[in-house]
Design a protein around this ligand. Structure first.
Ligand code: IPD
Length: 301
């Protein structure tokens, strides 16, 4: 890592993210003419492809020896994350939101070394919100200030985040994803119901559940402290690599979405993120894993 200039990479990723944002805002996608991948809810647009092409071209010019993994050029069984310096790109995370003009989509640009998320840049062009992080140097959001102009704030947004008491006090991000059959879907339904149900009905009675529709933005929200927890199975390394770095730099932790694993791999496809807090993070993970119970999210890479 010593000879890799993370600051320089971070600065270039920000430039690229803003360019991607301009491409997204000038597109007029519609769910009526968007394409699909694995099924009718796994959407892809021309913008996803155009943005990824722009990103990979710029990165391969600047860093020809580094690896690149992108959602739209990923080849199952062939593309794998190695310990080499690697850019990991989701050109449009929240594609479903993008085609519906629901204002929660972004570009997610991560950089890993030894498979460790070391730089993260997430940009939501609709809201003009930029989340950034560099390993060991903190994470930030740059956004419109209330009084006009832009402001850059350190994450988490609260200087002294509250401790995490138990799940009943948490606002939880969780996603349906695009796999809607079989064991994974049954488990999601069970966990969603158990989280929401009252204590009398054997549930955790959490404050509420949110489906933002972008794993990267979910992680940015947890890093900011605006969501306490994010749980998902089915998303990919490109959905989480950038947010992971931003989250950890904001004092958050990433555990596996499946019980028992405190150190999940970036490409393990099942994640549980907890916001920064002076105490209670470990307890929330354990309580969440109890809700998951003996079930197991199982997605192929
Ligand atoms: C998806 C979004 C969604 C999550 C899916 C992801 P995409 O990414 O992050 O929130 O539930 O698992 O695949 O397809 O919009 O890039």
């Amino acid at each position: 890592m010593a000879d890799i200039n993370l600051q320089e990479i971070h600065d270039l990723l920000i430039e690229i993210a803003y360019e991607a944002g301009r491409l997204m805002l000038t597109a007029t996608p519609s769910y009526l003419d968007s394409g699909t991948k694995k099924n009718s809810v796994d959407l892809v647009t021309e913008t996803d492809r155009a943005v990824e092409f722009m990103v990979s071209s710029r990165l391969s010019k600047a860093y020809p020896s580094y690896s690149f993994i992108g959602e739209e050029t990923y080849v199952p069984g062939e593309t794998t994350l190695t310990s080499a310096p690697t850019f990991i790109c989701d050109p449009v995370d929240g594609t479903t939101n993008f085609v519906h003009a629901f204002p929660a989509f972004c570009i997610s640009l991560g950089f890993t070394v030894d498979k460790i998320p070391s730089v993260g840049v997430i940009y939501n062009p609709f809201l003009d919100e930029l989340y950034t992080g560099i390993k060991g140097k903190g994470s930030f959001v740059t956004k419109k200030a209330n009084g006009g102009g832009m402001e850059k704030l350190k994450l988490p947004l609260k200087k002294e985040p509250e401790l995490l008491k138990d799940l009943s006090t948490c606002l939880i991000g969780a996603e349906w994803g695009s796999d809607r059959v079989g064991n994974n879907f049954d488990l999601k339904c069970k966990v969603f119901t158990k989280l929401a149900a009252s204590k009398e009905n054997g549930g955790a009675m959490v404050h509420s559940l949110r489906c933002v529709g972008s794993a990267a933005l979910n992680l940015a929200l947890v890093a900011s402290g605006q969501q306490d927890v994010f749980w998902e199975g089915g998303c990919w390394a490109w959905d989480v690599a950038a947010g992971w770095c931003i989250l950890e730099e904001a004092g958050g932790i990433m555990a596996s979405g499946n019980p028992g694993n405190w150190n999940p791999e970036v490409d393990s496809r099942a994640y549980l993120a907890i916001r920064g807090a002076p105490s209670g993070q470990k307890e929330i993970v354990e309580e969440f894993w109890e809700v998951v119970g003996n079930g197991r999210l199982d997605y192929k890479s």
